[in-house]
Design a protein around this ligand. Structure first.
Ligand SMILES: NC(=O)c1ccc[n+]([C@@H]2O[C@H](COP(=O)([O-])OP(=O)(O)OC[C@H]3O[C@@H](n4cnc5c(N)ncnc54)[C@H](O)[C@@H]3O)[C@@H](O)[C@H]2O)c1
Ligand SMILES: O=C(O)C[C@H](O)C(=O)O
Ligand SMILES: [Mg+2]
Length: 467
């Protein structure tokens, strides 16, 4: 099993402390010396000679956890009764729930929401299905659907294992944009089956957010569903990511004073996210984009089985640069990684043009860690919430769906996506931009409302809004 480098893990240790033998101060000092940081302390039980306490300790990674526990184990008078990981604790029982909007306390109330009265609502919707938008949850419901085939940078994992990510997205839909989102992980592999299942589920939803579905299957799935359904279908890893990347790049370039049209851009990982980012950057005016995947740069002279790569070779890399990432990164202004963790070296960054901009967006481990890269880059971003400049599709999906649902848009089109990117970038006033603040934070309340406003406007301008 691969062990992922994690920074800032929190562990909770339950300690039984013999007060005659050791003071709490000595324990805290020992934890500090081992590289841990006690961030919370709960007294569980207090007796004459012993006390039981839960200590929440911040450690840098799994090794840090070992060092801290070993340091405590070596102390006389302390017994570790239990170790838990805060991340596991917050997942106990899942992260979301469904709640009724009204409470039913008597037969009369029951008869309105359920049999027999509910039948009148069913009949009305049967006669006019558009009423489902107002008389059911549909208009404020989004399905977050994955087949588990490209979950974060973990690759193909079991549908059950994809659920924590999808629950997380559902949680954020609700908290940030008050949208009811349902995590649905499908145990199917065949593209056609995935399409048919999603089509069958669609009557219950006002929108479909496809998530962590591997390329190239994701392109056909999204394209078919967009054509065959009349509700917005949005593959978050493609378009959500591309929108946030464009927003971040627009702001980063203001700092380094470069124009998109003269930048050499390397995109590493030509999958769902990489292809969509490329399309968006080409539309925004970038001329020199080079895509790099496992076998090096994508060019128009190669023959690819993946027809998206054929398209890619024909529409990018105007100077036909060939070779590995290390070779083609020479003189690049911008590196955007949407591949896998730890594949970019400091030596590669040193080859980039002056004031390099590096977006290492693979999750959970970026292509290069900010600690390593920062001394050599001007602007650094990752997809993670524990470093500055979080370029992550969470900045986009709540707002873009809020806008699309509010105006009952039939699709989310290119104009709506561009409007969302510009709205995210413009959330930061120019005089506040700096190297560690090129993208607004997830909890900046203006983000969702700015995106929503821009998206609704673009939907009306392009005639796809029904409201
Ligand atoms: N920060 C964000 O908001 C965000 C959004 C989407 C995706 N991502 C991350 O981007 C990565 C890709 O996601 P995706 O949905 O596009 O997946 P995907 O499976 O569609 O594409 C991944 C691509 O990376 C390529 N790749 C693998 N190893 C490589 C290597 N050593 N060098 C170059 N390319 C390599 C694969 O061949 C594939 O083409 C994941 O780590 C994901 O977590 C981040
Ligand atoms: O889930 C995330 O944090 C972002 C993105 O959707 C990803 O797949 O990495
Ligand atoms: Mg994803």
């Amino acid at each position: 099993m691969m062990i992922m480098a994690q920074s800032n893990m929190h562990i909770i240790l339950r300690l039984e402390i013999n007060k005659q033998q050791i003071s709490f101060g000595e324990i805290a000092t020992s934890i500090g010396n081992a590289g841990g940081d006690v961030v919370a302390l709960d007294v569980i039980n207090e007796e004459q000679d012993t006390t039981i306490r839960d200590l929440t300790i911040k450690v840098n990674n799994k090794d840090g956890q070992e060092t801290v526990t070993q340091a405590i184990q070596s102390l006389v008078g302390v017994n570790i009764k239990h170790i838990s990981d805060r991340t596991f604790l917050v997942h106990l029982g899942g992260k979301i729930e469904v709640r009724p909007k009204l409470s039913i306390d008597n037969r009369e109330e029951l008869s309105h929401v359920y049999t027999p009265e509910v039948a009148r609502i069913c009949t009305a919707i049967n006669e006019d299905p558009s009423l489902a938008h107002n008389l059911t949850i549909k208009n404020n419901a989004v399905a977050v659907i994955s087949d588990g085939s490209a979950v974060l940078g973990l690759g193909k994992i079991k549908p059950e294992a994809a659920m924590p990510v999808m629950e997380g997205k559902a949680m954020l839909f609700k908290q940030l944009a008050d949208i009811n989102a349902y995590p649905l992980c499908l145990d199917v592999e065949n593209t056609e089956d995935i399409i048919q299942i999603i089509k069958s589920l669609s009557p219950a939803f006002g929108g479909i957010n496809l998530e962590d579905i591997a390329s190239p299957g994701c392109f056909e799935i999204e394209e078919r569903l967009k054509n065959e359904l009349n509700i917005p279908v949005f593959h978050d890893d493609q378009h959500g990511t591309a929108i946030v990347v464009l927003a971040g790049i627009l702001n980063a370039l203001k700092l380094v004073n470069k124009d998109l049209s003269i930048c050499k851009v390397i995109i590493c990982g030509i999958g769902a996210a990489g292809i969509s980012i490329t399309k968006m950057l080409l539309k925004a005016g970038v001329k020199n984009i080079i895509g790099v995947d496992k076998n090096g740069a994508i060019t128009r002279v190669e023959n690819y089985e993946n027809k998206m790569w054929t398209w890619y070779g024909e529409n990018t890399n105007p100077n036909m640069e060939q070779g590995s990432l290390s070779a083609v990164i020479q003189d690049a202004d911008i590196f955007i990684g949407v591949s896998v963790g730890n594949i970019l070296q400091v030596e590669d960054i040193k080859k980039m043009a002056k004031n390099p901009v590096v977006f290492a967006l693979a999750n959970p481990d970026p292509e290069i860690s900010p600690e390593k890269a920062k001394p050599y880059v001007r602007v650094m971003a990752t997809g993670r919430s524990d470093f500055p400049n979080q370029v992550n599709n969470v900045l986009c999906f709540p707002g873009i769906f809020r806008g699309a649902l509010d105006c009952k848009a039939s699709i989310i089109n290119e104009e709506m996506k561009l409007a969302a990117a510009k709205a995210i970038a413009a959330t930061i006033p120019e005089d506040e931009l700096n190297e560690d603040y090129i993208i607004p934070g997830v909890f900046n309340k203006s983000v969702v409302s700015n995106i929503k406003k821009a998206v609704v406007e673009a939907a009306h301008d392009t005639g796809v809004a029904k409201n």
